[in-house]
Structures are given as structure tokens and as C-alpha cells.
Design a protein around this ligand. Structure first.
Ligand SMILES: [Zn+2]
Ligand SMILES: [Zn+2]
Length: 351
């Protein structure tokens, strides 16, 4: 079968002919119909993330091995199953949960495989969906998506799930105010999820007016440009007693945005950091205890949450955005367009 692989970081992806094994035990081979191209794929392809003082944190130091078939947002149909598979059968339409753990660490034992000590995620630590087929190690990682559009649904496995978990981590409740910083695909999804689950007052923040317009279309109560004068005061004015948002989800998570977040966040507020923009920030340490702030990092989400999220989409509470589809051969092009900021929503490869 064909796979589009990263042979070496930064170089164009290459189409390779790869042997795929017959599934054994609880394994399943999924024929890929749609494979989302995620921002984090750019970092893996480029070989790392920017950390403190501009130093690159290499993905190879974190266990990524090349050549690699990337792709962790995979929807398709079951092609063949191992002898112990009981719930899924051939041709069934499925979404793959890619955040696979080792099954033995303390995170895995409580269902938090996505933050496993020894991660085995598809498309990062083992071959993923930039291919005609993918081997899924256990049928439990499949979610039924019968009757749904696989181009739309595939991104739920990463972008959707990340937004879902971030909203849950914000611990927001009705009547409180939630600021969402960075209105890309994740921000737009998070607005819809927060409205559907908790119905807080939502303040969408971004530099770009087109994105802010989109934010109000999907349910943000207020939108505000971070370029506007007296931006900090303006945000506070939109909240109860002008005390600031009860929680902030930052999908940029860059030095500038985090600095601002901490200035506007209400006393006892929660700041959920999600984005992988890179860099480092200085924190005014006494203010953390004095304001009783909680800062939390949020990465993807649990297997159980993916099923709940698919259900929200089935009930039309959340509508994922697809902006462009590409052939498998054009994976490098898709990554470049995403990197250049030319894709709002999701780019999807069609093997
Ligand atoms: Zn584990
Ligand atoms: Zn992703």
C-alpha cells in the first residue's frame, strides 16, 4: 500500500510502498478515507518545537523515529479484523482514536492514555494515516461514525478532542464568562462545545477581524480584537462586575498572549494553555497565590471523550470546518499551505 512518509525532517514527504501486516488478535486494519493535516504535523515534519530562549526541542529526543507516516486524524472503513475482534466488522465506517498509551503506566490505568508516560500515538510514535491503510492495535480505539461525513469527522480525533478537553479543563459553568484566545479551527470548535455543554458567556479574542466574524457566527457572545485600544479594559467590561473572565482558554499560548491572559483573568480564575506557538513567558509569582489563579496545560483528550464528542456532532451541536482536500501525493503542499496560514479550518488528505 502507498504511504506518504517523512524520510528526514524538513524534506519533502515521499510516497513509499509499504507492506501492511495481517491483523492479529484485537487488531484492525482501517482503509483511510480522510486524514486530517494537523498543525502539530508541521512541528514533527520540521523536527521540533521552539522552547526556552528559542532553543529547539527535537522530536527525535522525545522518541519520534524517521521514516514516519504522520497523520493522527483518521477516518475510514474497516478493511480486515483480527480473530478476537467482536464489535467491528468489514466496511464499517469508523473514526480512529490515535492517542494510544502503553496500557500500564499510572495515567493509562485511569483512562488517561493521551498523557501516557510512554506514548505510542498513531502518526507520531507509530505509523499513522498519511497512507492508504493504517494498523490500529485494538478495536477499542475505534468509534462508530456510520452516516457521517469522514472529511468533517476526522479532525475530531485531535483538533475536536483538544477543544473538548480544554473546555472541560476550564471548569466553566453557566452564567460565568469564558474567554477564548486564538480563533482558528480549535477556537471555533471550542466555542460551539462550550455553548453546547455549559452555555457560559463567551468572549472571542483574536487579531484578525474575519476570524472574529466567524466566531460570532458559531456562537460567541462578544468578539474583541487584541489590537484594539485599551484592549484589557474592554475585555473586563464585558464580564460580571468588570472583574475579568472566570476562565481563559489560550489556543495560541505564546509569550504575548499568556502575559495578557494573566492580566485579565479574574481572581480564582483558570487559565488553560493549549497552543504550541512556542517560546517562554515571565510570570509575576506573588500574583499567582494572591489571585488564587490556576494555570493548566491541556493536551488532546480521553478515548471516552471522543465518543461523547462524536455524539455532539451527530446531534448537530458542533459542526467541524473542512476547508480543503488534497491527494495523498500532495501532502507536502498541504503542510506548506497550512504553515503559511492559508487554511482556515482543516486540510484533509484523501488517500
Ligand atoms: Zn501509559
Ligand atoms: Zn493534531
Amino acid at each position: 500500500m502507498k504511504a506518504s512518509q517523512v524520510i528526514k525532517p524538513k524534506e519533502d514527504l515521499q510516497i513509499k510502498d509499504i507492506e501492511i501486516p495481517k491483523p492479529k488478535g484485537r487488531q484492525v486494519i482501517v482503509k483511510v478515507k480522510s486524514s486530517g493535516v494537523c498543525h502539530s504535523d508541521i512541528h514533527v515534519w520540521q523536527g521540533g518545537y521552539e522552547g526556552k530562549d528559542g532553543k529547539i526541542m527535537k522530536v527525535e529526543d522525545r522518541g519520534v523515529k524517521f521514516p514516519l507516516t504522520m497523520g493522527h486524524e483518521i477516518a475510514g472503513t474497516v478493511e480486515s479484523v483480527g480473530e478476537d475482534v467482536s464489535k467491528f466488522k468489514e466496511n464499517q465506517h469508523v473514526l480512529v482514536y490515535p492517542w494510544i498509551g502503553d496500557g500500564t503506566c499510572s495515567a493509562c490505568l485511569v483512562g488517561d492514555e493521551h498523557v501516557c508516560d510512554n506514548p505510542q500515538s498513531l502518526g507520531i510514535y507509530q505509523d499513522g494515516g498519511y497512507a492508504e491503510k493504517v494498523l490500529v492495535p485494538d478495536e477499542k480505539y475505534l468509534v462508530d461514525i456510520e452516516g457521517m461525513d469522514s472529511d468533517k469527522v476526522c479532525s475530531l480525533a485531535c483538533s475536536g478532542l483538544t477543544a473538548y478537553n480544554a473546555v472541560k479543563n476550564s471548569k466553566i459553568s453557566p452564567k460565568q464568562s469564558l474567554a477564548i484566545v486564538g480563533i482558528g479551527g480549535l477556537g471555533l470548535t471550542a466555542i460551539q462545545i462550550a455553548k453546547a455543554l455549559f452555555n457560559p458567556t463567551i468572549i472571542a479574542i483574536d487579531l484578525n477581524d474575519d476570524r472574529l466574524k466567524k466566531a460570532s457566527e458559531v456562537g460567541a457572545d462578544y468578539t474583541i480584537s487584541s489590537k484594539s485600544d485599551n484592549f484589557l479594559d474592554k475585555v473586563k467590561e464585558l464580564t460580571h462586575n468588570k472583574l475579568g473572565p472566570d476562565a481563559i482558554i489560550d489556543f495560541v499560548n505564546g509569550p504575548k498572549t499568556v502575559e495578557t491572559d494573566l492580566e485579565i483573568l479574574k481572581k480564582r480564575g483558570r487559565l488553560v494553555l493549549v497552543g504550541l506557538f512556542g517560546g517562554s513567558a515571565e510570570i509575576n509569582l506573588p500574583l499567582l497565590p494572591m489571585k488564587n489563579h490556576t494555570i493548566i496545560g491541556s493536551y488532546t483528550g480521553r478515548l471516552a471523550d471522543l465518543a461523547d464528542l462524536v455524539d455532539l456532532v451527530k446531534r448537530n451541536k458542533v459542526d467541524p470546518v473542512v476547508s480543503k482536500t488534497f491527494k495523498l501525493e500532495d501532502a507536502t503542499k498541504a503542510l506548506n499551505e497550512l504553515n503559511d496560514g492559508n487554511i482556515v479550518g482543516r486540510a484533509v488528505l484523501k488517500p
